[in-house]
Design a protein around this ligand. Structure first.
Ligand code: PLP
Length: 400
């Protein structure tokens, strides 16, 4: 990745203009700036077209009828499964599985309920992240409590982090991994600090046999995510953060380590239109190029962190060495979270909206952080522009 954000912005500017023009909600609101893509992403026109097309041409239930609309719906669902595998660079699509969910919380909870108990025996250990998104902590603790009620006691250990950066510490993880370590759920990109959490080093730390689950809520759609490179067992992501409709998401499972993942129970009618929108969103993202999306959003993030570093009134959360644009460890991805030393986060959120900026200002559902301990999160996607960053910085500067 080029270390010079200005060069990336110059090289990608006309490509980005073409993509931005495809977001009707962005183009239709020239006075507003959407800076909350980590909560949910805006939808480009081809995704909206796919939804309209499906609902007006072949809407039916999946797997239940023998008439053409029902067959089309079933085929679209199967096609979307293949599309998820392809998008994640799945080297063995014949062995892996895709289960559609309503988002990451639903996906992780399904794994904790329907897969994890079959893996664990009395005395086993799991290593979980205590200060990532609550969605990647509570399901594992609930599974532990449920097993305890059945007489199976498992130990939950904290996934170690590096002091000062907040990234996972692979050496420490290796040190605590033992013969009873059975499972590690990790987060790819932190939803508050915005950094890649060193997950590429998790596999080496835990060895070849321990299943690893990736909460990829903030990475899928923002950067290339390859299950071949990462050698993880599950990738769980939200379709609605990946430019598909709300109420969509998926669990990709490798199907090699641990018991087979068979989501239990009768789940009824699938979210057919959501699944159609997810396949269209992945098509769109592949066409745009996730590598270029990453370069663009990292360049904008650098503009923002460099600008904030000049303003003593603000404290940027997360790894300090990720703040400078030229930093050799520039791994901040499209998320910058900060506090004003004299203005409450909620108030700052309202003030920023009065200038047209839509940011998130609360505790960001971070495990272990009370909601009232707020901060302001700016999260970007490919439709955001350097001009928007400059306008935001000048508004923030005026509040010092
Ligand atoms: N994990 C992370 C890292 C997130 O950022 C989020 C949402 O913000 C979630 C999980 C929960 O995702 P969902 O709202 O799709 O359940």
């Amino acid at each position: 990745m080029a270390a010079d954000p200005a060069q990336d912005i110059r090289e990608l500017a006309s490509w980005q203009r073409g993509l931005r023009a495809q977001f009707p909600i962005v183009v239709g609101h020239p006075g507003l700036v959407y800076l909350d893509s980590a909560a949910t992403a805006q939808k480009p026109q081809p995704v909206l077209d796919a939804v309209q097309d499906y609902l007006t041409r072949s809407n039916a239930n999946a797997g239940r009828g023998s008439y053409p609309w029902a067959n089309t719906t079933t085929a679209l669902g199967e096609g979307a499964r293949g599309r998820v595998k392809e998008f994640l660079g799945d080297p063995r699509p014949d062995r892996s599985g895709v289960h559609f969910t309503s988002g990451v919380s639903d996906g992780l909870r399904t794994l904790a309920r329907d897969w994890l108990p079959g893996l664990l025996e009395d005395g086993d250990e799991i290593v979980v992240p205590f200060s990532d998104h609550q969605a990647n902590l509570s399901p594992w603790l609930e599974a532990r409590d449920l097993l305890a009620r059945q007489g199976v006691r498992i130990r939950v250990r904290e996934l170690p982090r590096q002091a000062g950066t907040g990234d996972y510490d692979p050496r420490e993880l290796e040190a605590i991994t033992g013969p009873r370590t059975r499972f590690v759920p990790a987060t790819h990109v932190h939803h508050v600090h915005g950094v890649d959490m060193n997950v590429h080093r998790v596999r080496r730390a835990v060895g070849p046999d321990v299943p690893v689950c990736l909460d990829a809520a903030q990475s899928v759609g923002h950067l290339p995510v390859s299950v071949a490179d990462l050698d993880v067992d599950f990738v769980v992501f939200s379709g609605h953060k990946t430019m598909a409709l709300p109420g969509t998401g998926a669990v990709w499972s490798r199907g090699q380590r641990g018991p087979a993942f068979r989501p239990g129970g009768w789940s009824g009618t699938p979210n057919t239109v959501g699944i159609v929108s997810l396949a269209a969103a992945l098509d769109w993202l592949d066409g745009a190029g996730t590598g270029r999306i990453e370069r663009w959003t990292v360049a904008l993030t650098s503009l923002l962190t460099d600008g904030l570093a000049q303003m003593p009134a603000y404290e940027v959360l997360g790894c300090r060495s990720n703040l400078a644009a030229g930093s050799p460890v520039q791994r901040r991805r499209s998320i910058v979270t900060f506090r004003h030393r004299g203005i409450e986060a909620q108030d700052l959120g309202f003030i920023l909206f009065s200038h047209g900026f839509m940011v998130r200002s609360d505790g960001h559902c971070q495990a272990g952080v009370p909601e009232k301990e707020g901060s302001v999160r700016v999260s970007l996607h490919v439709h955001n522009t350097p001009q928007e960053m400059e306008e935001l910085l000048s508004t923030l500067a005026s509040l010092q």
